[in-house]
Design a protein around this ligand. Structure first.
Ligand code: PEP
Ligand code: MG
Length: 889
């Protein structure tokens, strides 16, 4: 294997091997842009080093060969006493990764070559400043010396001289600092700062390799789901200097605004400085546009290069550059990060410029960005008082009174207050508090902390790990860095999309994107929001190419109507149990308590017209589109009072000798229906088989509702779905009964209703025997919630709040399998069942209605395995449409 590539040898598609930085440096070099010469050590070398604990045997010779070539090209030698070549050593993984070693500049300087550099540059001060930077950076990142020790010495030097900034220190000061820095290194590491330039370089390269496995880097990878075995490349690049005087400098630039997508001149420039000065904010930068006055030639060249890069990469690029005595050098470029809104705008702008086509535009955005744009947000025009920042863990804008424990959160929210639950970190005991809160704020923990995982699961706004905030739960207050103290009851506003925390109430405005989907804002209007126009166009691209249809999980006319506005092509799951809540619960209670056939029939007869009414409304709001109605699914005890509460009530009544007959019967029924594992008990199709008349009543209501809609000249397209089927026999029995009921209704009304009858596939056995089940089913709808629960043996109602944090932290999975489909396990059952079902019945309709139907990554999977549609909650429909388009493009 070849371990080292000259910049002239690589290209932008070699990110796996050369890392992002190296691949793009090579690309720029080959575009003829002014990149300082250099070479890249591959990720393969890093991987070998990490596997074996030593550099690959061939590496040293290859580096020597490339270094020789570089020296010949530059006409000087690394660290040569009179005319030294200096290099930078920079890490560069495939994905940019905070937590890894970044950069060591000025490698090659030593007690000898510092004089050569002084002569070369004509500046003593510059040379000694460069040397002290090398010892500082090298000491900190390569030798692991505490960086504060250097900073303190530097501060002390400024204090002693009575100056504020380090440019005011002269050559003699710098020389003295070099001495002190070398002493720090010697004391802290028990070795001298290495004087051999090649040793400096080799040690720096090794430090980059090793930085792949720092705790921070590992944590970041887990959170961002970056594989742990990619390794990093190392870039060795000849130095150019931005700190050689006023005709030098360094800056960053974007080819267009990463916030709005607008083209223009965006960036910052710092005169007479090296890269890390910009990042460290030592002096104030000036807007890039001012470079035009400072150095017109370099400015014009930079503009030219930016245009070249945009047309070449066909995307927004960000850039780091340096000007050395009036000569412009490109140090880095990459396709730039952008806000969610800018992603949509840029995608359509690039289509308009003819740089990309619609299919490519779809790859430039994603469902997570669209989801982000759909959350309500804080009014940008509002005056705010920012008091801190944490990790944006779960998006949204939440305002409420600060509370510091779950008990108070629940109590206050019961009395109608909006609260923000503030904790150092949360644990399962905080669950009720989290449910009652508008938002959750913690000072500890990252994106996989308990607070973050649970809040995301609940769709609740959360900012976590705001480490600069001190949370004191005993005194019930929070102290922000500026000294601002927030006490219980004070109003705070938290932004889960940016991680920002504000004092007081920040006004919330609805998302313009939701206003658009709701039809309250029109993309065609002249004054329409630019973002809305862009979203409208991208959605049209997606709708044009997607194969998957998108339906909604909805059980009432209001949700159905919204779903339709959001682009739903039918209902994929109407959970009829949601129609038995409120005052109807008692009717179900009567059904459960019925001792005789007459009592039961009376209870069913009471429910029938109500059910029919529900369905009429639903079919009307989805007229012309399929509506899948699922027969009753949950265990019946869910309709009965809580066993403990009822037992107490009955015992109390008995002690007062006025026990109530109904309560006694109820308690008996509760005991009778009590199950250790209700989710594995009497529910789904089993209810239909055990309770005479229940499913027949529901089927009759569906059929009569369809007949009524027909009579009203509507176009009802009902599909009847049986839940929790494990074997074809269950389905056959239910089917036979249902067909009789339907036939009777059809006869009575003199119509053919075209009703179809299918099943959910949500048990492993159903998936494994899908070929047989398809004999009796017109369609399958994968219930991936229960399927995940039963395949993993994870209780869907408990695990996310209890031990998933630990699982995520240990990297057992990168995301909850209830959120993104587990392709290898649950997914392979889905794939096989789909194939087996279609083998039996080629026209079998296939869909999914578990939560995964609205999850971006899962949607791609369902596209791939050939389902016909996904069904998800109304608010996720645009995301599903977009991702279905992206999957097909
Ligand atoms: C499922 O199990 O995936 C499903 C859609 O049904 P429910 O969530 O109602 O159990
Ligand atoms: Mg289910």
């Amino acid at each position: 294997t070849k371990f080292v590539y000259d910049f002239t040898e690589g290209n932008k598609d070699l990110k796996d091997l050369l890392g992002g930085k190296g691949a793009n440096l090579a690309e720029m070099t080959n575009l003829g842009l002014p990149v300082p010469p250099g070479f890249t050590i591959t990720t393969e070398a890093c991987k070998e080093y990490l596997d074996s604990g030593a550099e690959p045997a061939a590496l040293r010779a290859e580096v020597t060969e490339h270094l020789d070539a570089l020296e010949r090209q530059m006409g000087k030698k690394l660290g040569q006493a009179d005319n030294p070549l200096l290099v930078s050593v920079r890490s560069g993984a495939k994905f940019s990764m905070p937590g890894m070693m970044d950069t060591v500049l000025n490698i090659g300087l030593s007690d000898e070559s510092v004089n050569g550099l002084a002569q070369q540059a004509g500046s003593e001060r510059f040379a000694w400043d460069s040397y002290r930077r090398l010892i500082q950076m090298f000491g900190k990142t390569v030798l692991g010396v505490d960086g504060d020790l250097f900073e303190e010495a530097l501060e002390e030097a400024k204090r002693a001289k009575g100056v504020k900034v380090d440019v005011e220190l002269d050559a003699a000061d710098m020389k003295k600092l070099v001495g002190q820095f070398k002493e720090i290194v010697a004391k802290e590491t028990e070795r001298d700062f290495p004087q051999d330039p090649r040793e400096q370089m080799d040690l720096a390269v090794r430090a980059v390799f090793e930085s792949w496995n720092t705790d921070r880097a590992k944590l970041y990878r887990r959170q961002e789901r970056i594989p742990g075995d990619l390794g990093t490349a190392v870039n060795v690049c000849s130095m150019v200097f931005g700190n050689l005087g006023p005709d030098s400098g360094t800056g960053v630039a974007f080819t267009r605004d990463p916030a709005s997508g607008h083209q223009g001149v965006y960036g910052d420039y710092l005169q007479n400085a090296q890269g890390e000065d910009v990042v460290a904010g030592i002096r104030n930068t000036v807007p890039l546009a001012e470079l035009e006055q400072l150095d017109k030639t370099s400015y014009d060249e930079l503009m030219q290069i930016m245009e070249t890069l945009e047309t070449h990469y066909k995307d927004l690029c960000d850039i780091e550059f340096t000007i050395e005595r009036g000569k412009l050098w490109m140090l880095q470029t990459r396709v730039g990060k952008r806000t969610a809104g800018a992603a949509f705008r840029i995608a359509t702008q690039l289509v308009d410029q003819g740089l990309i086509d619609e299919a490519e535009a779809l790859q430039r955005v994603n469902g997570a960005q669209l989801a982000q744009l759909m959350f309500p947000r804080f009014d940008e025009k509002a005056k705010t008082e920012l008091i801190g920042r944490g990790i944006a863990a779960s998006p949204g804008a939440a305002v409420g009174k600060a509370v510091f424990d779950s008990y108070t959160a629940v109590k206050w929210s019961r009395s109608g207050e909006k609260v923000i639950l503030i904790r150092r970190e949360t644990n399962p005991d905080d669950l009720n508090g989290m449910i009652s809160a508008e938002g959750i704020l913690t000072s500890r923990g990252g994106k996989t902390s308990h607070a973050a995982v649970v809040a995301r699961g609940m769709g609740k706004t959360c900012v976590c790990g705001a480490e600069e905030l001190e949370v004191d739960t005993k005194r019930r207050c929070l102290t922000a860095p500026g000294g601002v103290v927030i006490e219980e009851g004070d109003v705070v506003s938290i932004d889960g999309s940016t991680g920002k925390i504000y004092l007081g109430e920040v006004p919330v405005v609805p998302s313009p994107v939701v206003e658009y989907f709701e039809g309250r804002m029109h993309a065609g209007a002249d004054d329409a929001d630019e973002l809305v126009k862009a979203v409208h166009r991208v959605m049209a691209y997606a709708d044009r190419v997607r194969r998957l249809r998108v339906r909604a999980n909805a059980d009432n006319a209001e949700d159905a109507a919204r779903a339709r506005r959001f682009g739903a092509q039918g209902i994929g799951l109407c959970r009829t149990e949601h129609m038995f809540l409120g005052e109807r619960r008692e009717m179900v209670e009567r059904l459960i308590l019925a001792d005789t056939g007459e009592e039961r029939e009376a209870a069913l007869a009471e429910l029938l017209p109500l059910q029919k009414g529900d369905f009429v409304e639903l079919f009307e709001s989805m007229d012309g589109l399929p509506v899948t109605v699922r027969l009753l699914d949950p265990p019946l005890h869910e309709f009965l009072p809580d066993i403990t509460e009822l037992s107490v009530r009955v015992a109390l009544a008995e002690s007062r000798k006025d026990s109530n007959e109904n309560d006694l019967r109820l308690l008996q029924a509760v005991h009778r229906l009590h199950e250790q594992n209700p989710m594995l008990g009497l529910r789904g199709v089993r209810l239909g088989l055990v309770i005479p008349g229940l499913f027949a009543m529901q089927v009759q209501a569906i059929a009569e509702a369809a007949a009524a809609r027909r009579a009203a000249k509507g176009d009802p397209r009902a599909e009847i779905m049986i839940p929790l089927v494990g074997t074809v026999q269950e389905l056959e029995i239910v089917r036979e009964e249902a067909e009789q009921v339907i036939a009777e209704v059809e006869r009575a009304h003199g119509v053919e209703l075209g009703l179809t009858l299918g099943t959910m596939i949500e048990l492993p056995r159903a998936a494994l025997t899908a070929g047989q089940i398809a004999e009796s089913a017109d369609f399958f709808s994968f219930g991936t919630n229960d399927l995940t629960q039963t395949v993993w043996g994870f209780s869907r109602d408990d695990v996310e709040a209890s031990f998933f944090t630990a699982y995520l932290e240990k990297g057992i999975f990168g995301v909850s399998p209830f959120e993104t489909i587990d392709k290898d396990g649950v997914g392979s059952l889905v794939r096989n069942a789909a194939e087996a079902g279609r083998a039996t019945r080629p026209d079998l309709k296939l869909g999914v209605c578990g939560e995964h139907g609205g999850d971006p990554e899962s949607v791609h999977f369902f596209h791939e395995v050939g389902l016909d549609y996904v069904s998800c909650s109304p608010f996720r429909i645009p995301v599903a449409r977009l991702e279905a388009g992206r999957a097909a493009a």
